[in-house]
Design a protein. Sequence first.
Length: 106
Amino acid sequence: MSVLTRIPVVGGLAYIEHVRRQPSTFEATLVAEPGNRFFPQAIAVTIGEQKLGYVAPEVAREWFEAISAHIPPPVCPARRGQLADHETSGVELLLDFSGLSGPGAR
């Protein structure tokens, strides 16, 4: 995973134990939640039926339409954050969107 494609996942204490139960690297599914009452451009990060958090709002705003258009929902590489990630940002999980089609695709 390159530094340029590290997408932070937020969710706080509600999801931290779910994240910590995952292997260090895995594939996560991105699910648009247009009916989310807190953030209408929410993109949930899941593995199976388990929610691990949400794509950070500043990124979700840019990617929401592209993720919403995917049927079935897209899958991307994920990894648990390292100690340095957590200490500097509080982020426990990072995604790699480099293989997805959307605003940040190259």
